[in-house]
Ligand binder design. Structure first.
Ligand SMILES: Nc1ncnc2c1ncn2[C@@H]1O[C@H](COP(=O)(O)OP(=O)(O)O)[C@@H](O)[C@H]1O
Ligand SMILES: Cc1ncc(COP(=O)(O)O)c(N)n1
Ligand SMILES: [Mg+2]
Length: 527
């Protein structure tokens, strides 16, 4: 099965260290040439709207950690409404681009998209014979999702006669599969099985019939045929207008995985999962006014909370009234955590920290998600105490860690540059270390004795001031702070002391919102 043996793969010069199976070639290359990243060359059209074509291919490969070079076959004027114009690149210049890349850059896998003329197909096949690569992924693009023609039917001859027999996989959508088979109707998953087998007869080693255009009531089912077995690959259908570019993305992801050394079926499965989650992450973005928005390949790198509630950088003024939740108190007063968070924000809390010491992971996640939605809709950052995994999974704005939790440097590496990281510090050394390790703020205390934390050393206002004056980061004071002493804390005379963090003073009270409001009003009078 897959792209091993025969066809293009057999033309790869086999290195002396290589095993006899070209299936392992990617691995061997990765081991013997440590500094050469896996490399996909896409031969496709440019989409000015950047949802499909070359732009989608670049983004998909980048998202999967694979280098992507580009041969541009056509430039399209395209947006979310449709294709307004196509300007094919002169054939001899497509050839020049192919030669430039293939003769120099050690391409692992070639992926094709829009090939606007039979002449381009011929040039491509000739180039691939001169410069063989490990695998060829052919996305037989003919019509855009908007219904505009990107290659006329004369291209079918080139596909059938020359390109398909060289291909390790071809990935037609329903319309393209139908055109390849002379116009047969393809409407059901059973029809897709038939089409996969019939297109396999045209020469490619594997076929994937894409079911994005199946009725909306069905799962997004694709049918994969490797010459022996037919597999139905299922994903839940994401309800979104942002499906422009899914086909290009899928094919590029397959190419990227093959370039890393994957077998064909696993490569297709990874690609399908990538498309499904990219669609899910970008289902609500609004780009353009037409019926077909682009999916966003990188959205999952940002968090959903992050993208709408935070600006580009952490704003230290959000530390002013820092509310730290406590499930014990919430239970004691028979309240739900989400109501408590809503009440605190209503009363003027400027940041929420979810601090759950005793709940199961699953429950913590659900809670974090629900609180994340509340915070996001109100423009208030949410940080999670201790649990980097929960923060990542629920798309929180960041975490707050203590001295015995995950080291700040590691947390920063996991969370990336944009998330908020706060660190509890009692000493100047800890504060300087937090800064060096990439924290955004420090929590300093316990300033006063507190019942919330057992055996917690109290550092007093003097200790707080010492740490603040040495700290290069903004500080929020914590520990036994409430309405009675908040102003004495804010008045210590340290410009980087940005606020107070409170637990009992808000949450162990009869009315959370009014207690928060009182403290908020008081803090607004601080110098
Ligand atoms: N709404 C959706 N939800 C989940 N997956 C989808 C959705 N629409 C398309 N896909 C998947 O995206 C990939 C591209 O499919 P398709 O849209 O049929 O191709 P093309 O973009 O070439 O027309 C397939 O794996 C398909 O199952
Ligand atoms: C340059 C170019 N290449 C390919 C497609 C197909 O993508 P889709 O089927 O998602 O419209 C496109 N619209 N534009
Ligand atoms: Mg599509």
């Amino acid at each position: 099965m897959v792209y091993t043996g025969g066809g293009l793969s057999s033309k790869i010069p086999v290195e002396s260290t290589s095993s006899s199976s070209s299936r392992n070639l990617g691995l061997v290359v990765a081991m013997t040439q440590k500094h050469r990243p896996p490399h996909v060359l896409t031969v496709a059209g440019s989409d000015s709207g950047a949802g499909a074509g070359i732009q989608a291919d670049l983004k998909a490969c980048a998202a999967l950690g694979v280098y992507c070079s580009t041969v541009i076959t056509a430039v399209t004027a395209q947006n979310t409404v449709g294709v307004q114009g196509v300007n094919a690149v002169a054939e001899d210049f497509v050839e020049a681009q192919l030669r430039s890349v293939l003769s120099d850059m050690q391409v692992d896998v070639v992926k094709t998209g829009m090939l606007p003329s039979i002449g381009v197909v011929e040039i491509l096949c000739k180039s691939l014979k001169e410069f063989p690569v490990q695998a060829l992924v052919v996305d037989p693009v003919m019509v855009s999702t908007s219904g505009d023609v990107l290659a006329d039917s004369s291209i079918l001859v080139g596909f059938r006669g020359e390109l398909f027999p060289m291909a390790d996989i071809v990935t037609p959508n329903l319309k393209e599969a139908s055109a390849l088979l002379g116009g047969v109707e393809l409407k059901t998953v059973a029809d897709m099985h038939f089409a996969a087998k019939a297109i396999h007869d045209l020469g490619p080693r594997n076929v994937l019939i894409k079911g994005g255009d199946l009725p909306a009531s069905l799962d997004a089912v694709d049918v994969f045929f490797d010459g022996e077995n037919c597999y139905e690959l299922r994903a839940s259908r994401i309800n979104t207008r942002n499906t422009h570019g899914t086909g290009c993305t899928l094919a590029s992801c397959i190419a990227a995985e093959l370039a890393k050394g994957s077998l064909m079926l696993p490569a297709v499965q990874v690609a399908k999962r990538f498309v499904e989650s990219a669609l899910d992450y970008s289902k609500d973005i609004v780009i353009g006014s037409g019926p077909q928005g682009p999916l966003d390949h990188f959205l999952k790198l940002k968090s959903s909370v992050n993208s709408s509630s935070r600006g580009a950088a952490f704003n230290p003024s959000s530390l002013l009234l820092y509310a730290v939740t406590d499930s014990g108190m919430t239970k004691k007063w028979s309240r739900s955590m989400t109501d408590v968070v809503k009440a605190a924000i209503e009363g003027g809390a400027t940041i929420i920290q979810l601090r759950e010491k005793d709940v199961e992971t699953r429950e913590f996640m659900e809670l974090a998600k629900a609180c994340g939605e509340i915070c996001r809709s109100r423009g208030i950052p949410l940080v999670i105490n201790d649990r980097i995994d929960i923060a990542l999974a629920c798309g929180a704005d960041g975490v707050h860690v203590g001295q015995s939790d995950m080291p700040t440097r590691v947390a920063r590496a996991l969370l990336g540059p944009e998330k908020i990281i706060g660190v509890s510090c009692k000493t100047v050394e800890q504060a300087l270390q937090a800064w060096a390790d990439g924290a955004d703020y420090i929590g300093c205390g316990g300033v006063f004795p507190t019942s919330t934390k057992a055996n917690n050393l109290t550092i007093g206002l003097d200790g707080l001031k010492t740490v603040c004056l040495a700290s290069k980061l903004p500080v929020v004071a914590i520990g036994g702070i409430g309405i009675g002493n908040a102003l004495s804390v804010m008045d210590i005379g340290a410009p980087n002391l940005k606020g107070v963090a409170v637990v009992s003073a808000l949450f162990d009270r009869e009315c959370v919102s009014s207690e928060t409001r009182k403290l908020s009003d008081l803090l607004s009078t601080a110098k």
